[in-house]
Structures are given as C-alpha cells and as structure tokens.
Design a protein around this ligand. Sequence first.
Ligand SMILES: Nc1nc2c(ncn2[C@@H]2O[C@H](COP(=O)(O)OP(=O)(O)OP(=O)(O)O)[C@@H](O)[C@H]2O)c(=O)[nH]1
Ligand SMILES: [Mg+2]
Length: 461
Amino acid sequence: MIQHAHDTIAAIATPVGIGGISVIRISGNDAFTTTDSLFRGSTTVRNARSHTIHFGAIIDPVSRETIDTVLVSVFHNPSSFTGEDVVEISSHGGYFVSQKILSLLYKSGARPAEPGEFTLRAFLNDKLDLAQAEAVADIIHSKTERAHKTSIDQLSGKLSKAVQQLREEILTICSLLELELDFSQEGIELTDKNTLLIKLSTIQKSILNLSSSYQEGKVIKEGIKVALVGKPNAGKSSLLNVLLQEERAIVSEIPGTTRDTIEESILLDGVEFIFNDTAGLRESTDSIELEGIRRTTKVIDTSDVILLLIDGSKSESEEQIKEFHAISEEYKKNKSVLWVFNKSDIKNDSVKFSNIEAPIWISCKTHDGIHNLKSRLIEVSIPHHDSSVTSVTITNIRHKEALERALTSLDTAKTSIDNGLGGDFVAVDLRAALNYLGEIIGLTTPEDILNNIFSKFCIGK
Ligand SMILES: Nc1nc2c(ncn2[C@@H]2O[C@H](COP(=O)(O)OP(=O)(O)OP(=O)(O)O)[C@@H](O)[C@H]2O)c(=O)[nH]1
Ligand SMILES: [Mg+2]
C-alpha cells in the first residue's frame, strides 16, 4: 500500500444509503483531469483556483447522459487533506448516483482507494503525524462527548506534543552522553551520574503518568460492558428496561424468558455503559436454553462489570448466593462485581444475606435504589487519573505499549548508570526509548504496523 502512493484514488466518503448528499473524494496527480473527463461546468477543474466550489453536471463520457448535477470542491496540493491535488464531488445521495459517478471515475483512470488510504497519504505527506491520523478514526467512531473530546485533543496534537517533549528531553541527555564519548580520551566528564539519574526518573514519571491515563482513556473510548447475571426470574430483563427507560426486553413471570443475550447502551456520567441482559443461570435440559446459558458465560468473560442480580423476595436465596460467591471469586481479580438485590418492594426479611460486600437493594417495580445503583456503577468502573499532572489522556493500546517499552529502556539505562557502565551503553538504551516514543507519532513505526493501522480505517477516509 505504501509503495504506490502517487496514483489517483477515488472513493465515496459518506455512508451508503438514502441521504441528502453524497461526497466522492478523489486524490492524486491526475485528480483534476480525471474529474474533468466527467464534469461540465462554467470552468474546468484544472483551471479552477484552490479552495473554490463549482456547480456543474456529471456526464457519462460514452453515452453523453447526464448522471447528476453536482458541486465540485477543488483543493490544490499541498493545501489539502492528503497534501495532493484533491477534488470532492458532492452529488445527490442515495444508492445509485454516487456509485455510478465512482464507476465513471474508475473508467477515467482513478483506482479504488484502499481503507484509510486518504489519511495514509496525509500522514506520508506530513499533514498529520501517526497519533493524529489515528485520532481521525477515533473522531469518526466517537459516540460520546468525552470520547469526542479526547480524540479532538489528539487530532490537535496534544499527545504528539507531549511525546515530542519527552523525546527532546531524552535526546538532550543522549547527545550529552555521546559528546562525552568524544572526549573520553581526555577524561572529561560532562554529566554527573546523580543528576543523570534524577533527570531520567523525572522523565519516567511523566511517561508513567501518560501511560496510566490509558485506563480512563479506554473506558472513554470503548465504554463499559456490564453483564446482568442471575437466576431465572431475578428481574434482569426488568432491570435492563428500567435502565433504558423503555420496554426493550420481554419480561414475564415464566422462568427462562430470556434465551439470547440482548445488548443495549446508555450514557452515565458521559460514558457509554453497554448492558447485556442474559439468559438466567440454571440447570436445564432444553437445548435452546442451554445455548443461552453458554452465551451468558461468554458475556461474563468479555464484560468489565458483573452485576449479580438476586431475587430478594425468595427464601432459597442462600444457595444462590453460594453459587454467586463462586462467580465473584473467579472474576473479581480483573472485573468489578456488584451484588444487587431486586424486588425490595416485596423483600423477604426472614432471609439473611450474609458475607456480601456492599449489597445494593433495588426495586424494578418502584424504581427504588436505581439512582444509587447508577452511582455505584460509575464509581466502580470509571477510573480517574491525575489530570493535574498531564491533561493528555491516551486511548490507544498501541500508545500505551510503546510508552511501557520506553519506560523499560529507561530502567535499563538507569541500571547501566548505577553499575558504572560506559556512556555508550547508556546511550543505546536511551536511543531505544527514543525509538519507542517515536513509534507513537510515526517517526520510527515499522511499515507493517503502519499498514495494519490504516487498514482498520473505513474506505473513503
Ligand atoms: N414485585 C416485583 N416484581 C418484579 C421486580 N422486578 C421484576 N419483577 C417480576 O419478576 C418476574 C421476572 O422478571 P424478568 O425481568 O423477566 O426476570 P429475568 O431475570 O429476566 O428472567 P429470565 O429472563 O427468565 O432469566 C416478572 O414477573 C417481573 O414483573 C420488582 O422489583 N418487584
Ligand atoms: Mg429475562
């Protein structure tokens, strides 16, 4: 993908379907002439000034038929998104028109753009660094205000600036060490060992702070998955409906009502909470119900929070609780587990619910305790990193891993200094840290990783 980055590419940049307009994007050396072979307006595209819009028609060059009336936006290189000559044709929306125009563009010499290829070109032409290019995809996918804010910050270069500053600090130390090597014959020392160690520790602290913002960043970007788990009739579907404020799932007094898992989300504290209503856990011989129960286990595995829902009106609850204790023990190492007792309106006071950490009582019937439940969900699942130290939040696991590798290299550098090893040893580790940080912004990112990143974009972006 990276080799043939100069030919002319075209793709529809808007979603397929019925809509007011559709935008077809063309980028590359022949973007203007390719468009001119179809466009009839008061000027040709190649004679149009940059950043101007022109009304005209798209004509099939073979049949001479008019396909649509359009607006054509013209951007001359390097002042365009990709840094190349770019044309954006705004046609009428729908399934047919934009596809037809696209196929005519292909016949006139453009080739189909690969996923993310426009953004890849922007990156290769230094319009964006890699972290900013990734932010473009994040903006498109953001569903909440907070997700949007972190991606806009990243697009505007906040993360890139923080990474660049860290690199500069390491580079200064590295250059000093390398300079010292030149004078090693004369026995001149430019750097004091302790000062060096303190400086490296300070840099490490900043990197650590940045990487620990990932926990919050992940939640902001991906949301929180909550599994509603319990015995049949505990009220899982009722709870889902109460949270969504709509009758989404079927509720009935017949145990085993929910067979398949139902996934729906709501916003709490600006974060998306994705709830999964599951089939009630019980012994069963019904093959459909058993499949439902198997799916419940899968949902539990992939959730961030397990909400154990217990019918608080039933006297057999002690036994259930034993079973839930087993689930809780198995998962509480890497997930939050909330114990929730439902049906407080018909609560059975004779039953003792022992050994349970912070039980939450609710009623799906009267809505008692629902507000408290929401607060507890927010409390256990949205981490807050110290944003006073750095206002940058990272949301990408690739960035987190690169930061961690940089930290390890700095650790090795510090050990080398402690052990009295020469500056050349230390410099090698510092260079490694520089490379890892460089991967975040695309300075030192291997080509296969670049390809992988851009292939996950949508076509037309
Ligand atoms: N009194 C009372 N009844 C409730 C409450 N919540 C649910 N119910 C009733 O309990 C029964 C079962 O509710 P569901 O929401 O279908 O239970 P479920 O856990 O989804 O059950 P399955 O899908 O069979 O696993 C229904 O008759 C509900 O009306 C509550 O807070 N109070
Ligand atoms: Mg149900």
